[in-house]
Design a protein around this ligand. Structure first.
Ligand SMILES: [Fe+2]
Length: 301
């Protein structure tokens, strides 16, 4: 089981070349809500409690800047900082107040492949959190490409108390009862595979897919149901080639849930999910899934 030090994936910071256009897309089409704007950056919430789940920062090229993890409390931030320091993680910054909308107390470090991770507690939460039809309530997982997935997954387990939920082609790790909050996908280099936003139900996934189609972003893979995680999915290529997913019905894992191995997920020929109704992932999406890199160096909003 996860150690419970990290409670959830709060969200991600993205570098984008056109913050205004991205913010328009993520509010009007994707249906997040703007909560703050500062120094050219825009902060967006889902309908869940986190102050924001997606932050858009002006950068010369699209990049994944930071993965934000919500710790149980301030004392846990200090405990995890010591633990990460003992593992000699690079680019370690000590715990300090967060000078950004939403505030909080956090430390940052880089994982073995240079991904900037921020562990944050005591940040603001919304009192009106709820699951609403046709609106993402949270970012439920981020999938990352890596040439050494078991080594990196082990680091996340050792450093942050995640546990491995399942292995297929990917390695899935969790920090809560959600089947995975992070997964590692084999890749030639370290990059972003996709970001998944959780919707209320399948109807919400499909309403979102219709809106995306109208906006020029057809489904690139889906509608389907994954084996690992058992979640329903629809994948899209968003502005600046970020691959984003609407998902629902993610499996809730317990102590009794088996940890399965790659050989446990054989689909019939021509199928890429449990239902077999969707064509395989589009070539366009597969190309986009190699493009978004991590920005080097420490994250500064
Ligand atoms: Fe996903």
């Amino acid at each position: 089981m996860p150690e419970g030090l990290i409670k959830s994936l709060r969200g991600v910071d993205l570098g984008v070349t056109n913050v205004a256009a991205q913010a328009r897309f993520y509010t009007e089409i994707w249906r997040l809500t703007k909560v703050a704007e500062r120094d050219g950056s825009i902060y967006l919430r889902g309908s869940g409690a986190h102050h924001h789940i997606l932050a858009l920062h002006p950068r010369p090229q699209a990049a994944l800047l930071c993965i934000n993890l919500a710790a149980a409390d301030r004392a846990t931030v200090d405990v995890l900082h010591k633990r990460v320091a003992s593992l000699n993680a690079p680019a370690l910054q000590p715990p300090a107040p967060v000078n950004e909308p939403g505030g909080g107390y956090a430390f940052t470090f880089a994982d073995p492949e240079g991904r900037t991770v921020r562990v944050i507690a005591e940040d603001q939460r919304h009192a009106n959190a709820r699951v609403e039809p046709d609106r993402p309530h949270k970012i439920t997982h981020v999938v990352l490409n890596t040439p050494r997935q078991e080594e990196v997954a082990k680091f996340w387990v050792d450093a942050l108390g995640f546990s491995v939920s399942d292995r297929s082609l990917l390695t899935f790790i969790r920090c809560s009862s959600d089947h995975h909050s992070i997964a590692f996908h084999p890749g030639e280099s370290s990059s972003l595979h996709h970001i998944a936003f959780e919707m209320a139900d399948i109807d919400s996934v499909m309403r979102g897919a219709g809106r995306m189609r109208d906006a020029g972003h057809p489904i690139e893979w889906g509608l389907g149901r994954h084996g690992p995680g058992n979640n329903v999915f629809a994948y899209f290529v968003g502005p600046e080639d970020f691959v984003i997913e609407y998902t629902a019905e993610i499996e809730q894992v317990t102590d009794a849930s088996p940890v399965r191995a790659p050989g446990d997920w054989a689909y019939p020929a021509g199928h890429s999910d449990l239902w077999g109704a969707t064509p395989p992932p589009s070539a366009r999406m597969k190309e986009a899934q190699k493009k978004i890199r991590f920005a080097p160096g420490p994250f500064r909003p």
